[in-house]
Design a protein around this ligand. Sequence first.
Ligand code: DX5
Ligand code: ZN
Length: 225
Amino acid sequence: MKKLFADPPRTPLVAPSILSADFAHMGRDCRHVMQAGADLLHVDVMDGHFVPNLTMGPDMVRAVRRELPDVFLDVHLMVTDPERFIDPFIAAGADHLTFHVEVVAPARIAEVASRIRAAGAGAGLAINPPTPVEAILPHLAAVDLVLVMSVNPGRSGQAFIPEVLNKTRLISQQLRPQQRLEMDGGLKPENASDVKKAGCDVIVAATAVFGLPSESRAAAIRAFR
Ligand code: DX5
Ligand code: ZN
């Protein structure tokens, strides 16, 4: 299993979301943000059901993997039935799969996480802004990473919801040092310091990295850190 973090870990890690890349030049754009200093790539998968939008599937992961054999691919499953997609995404080259706490029965969350890990990837659990933190606290020990959504998932370019920082602090206090806390949605260099202070150590950004002209991306990645 590829490790998300070198030892000692560099924090925060910056994970540009390929949702805002140029889909007609995906390989070129991904290579470019990695050269610009990104640590990993975030892949936003939407099924048109858990969220209204449709984005990409395992074939996109396979294509990016072919272009960038060593990049860490962090797949965010905004789908109603994540179990269906564990094997296809890992076979395509995903290093990590995050599924949502809103779609799996509480009694089965640990089992889904172990299936992901047994198939060779890291497992993450995501929580949407309106979902109470109590929904995720009992499951923290079962996963490698927790993803706190700071917008309602569905599309890039939305405004950051600052109320999620309370939830983030609570979760952060309960994680082990080897577990990671990722935030996703509306993140920009201007709000990154609040996000880091709340305990987040993986920053996802679509608009604020891939959405910029290519010559501005390296400075944006540095500004996040
Ligand atoms: C939200 C996705 C995010 C999103 C981030 O639906 O999970 O990864 O694309 O986009 P920005 O950074 O533009 O808010
Ligand atoms: Zn995401």
